[in-house]
Write a protein that binds this ligand. Structure first.
Ligand code: GDP
Length: 181
């Protein structure tokens, strides 16, 4: 099993992105390995702790779930102030949530002191094939890759529903975050 980490530093990771892109579901998958099909909207902000082994070192992450709603933006801002890293989610079956990524990045860069590592996450990949068949405009992988490159951020696509890439995304970001400090 895991030993207690050598240092008691917990890295603060904040989840960002529009409402309903899957932030709470992502956190639930990461921390409890569960998925709920009808999770209710997040009210305000909440955090979960998760210990991951990053480059052989047990590393404690404090993951903050912010609500995407406009009315919570002012609350959300204060949580980015001391963040060590950001998981910025959009929904690959919702173009609008992808178009709003720019706004989130602007806000994060505005509020945080230095360049903090950002992992851009295209979530709900399990829905993309069906959505395309249903004629819904989806965000292609290459668009996410290009945007991430433009922001010099990391990128991956995930599904909180089936769990694909969820831990990998967080590990990759954690590696970047622990490198910086
Ligand atoms: P939040 O507002 O960003 O925290 O989003 P939620 O976690 O509440 O998710 C919004 C809705 O999308 C919920 O009904 C979730 O069950 C659903 N959802 C979240 N992630 C996924 C996913 O990866 N795949 C599928 N199919 N549904 C998802």
């Amino acid at each position: 099993g895991l030993k207690y980490p050598a240092s008691d530093k917990a890295y603060k990771i904040v989840l960002a992105g529009d409402a309903a892109v899957g932030k709470s579901s992502f956190l639930l998958r990461l921390c409890k390995n569960e998925f709920r099909g009808n999770s209710s909207a997040t009210l305000g902000v909440d955090f979960q702790m998760k210990t991951l082994v990053v480059d052989g070192e047990p590393t404690v992450l404090q993951l903050w779930d912010t609500a995407g709603q406009e009315r919570f933006r002012s609350i959300a801002k204060s949580y980015f102030r001391r963040a060590d890293g950001v998981l910025l989610l959009y929904d690959v079956t919702c173009e609008k949530s992808f178009l709003n990524v720019r706004e989130w990045v602007d806000m994060i860069e505005d509020v945080s002191q230095e360049d903090i590592p950002i992992m851009l996450v295209g979530n709900k990949v399990d829905l993309r094939q069906q959505a395309l068949e249903d004629g819904i405009e989806c965000v292609p992988t290459s668009y996410g890759e290009k945007l991430a490159m433009a922001y010099n951020s990391l990128f991956c696509e995930t599904s909180a529903k089936d769990g694909s890439n969820v831990i990998e995304a967080v590990l990759h970001l954690a590696r970047e975050v622990t490198k910086q400090i």
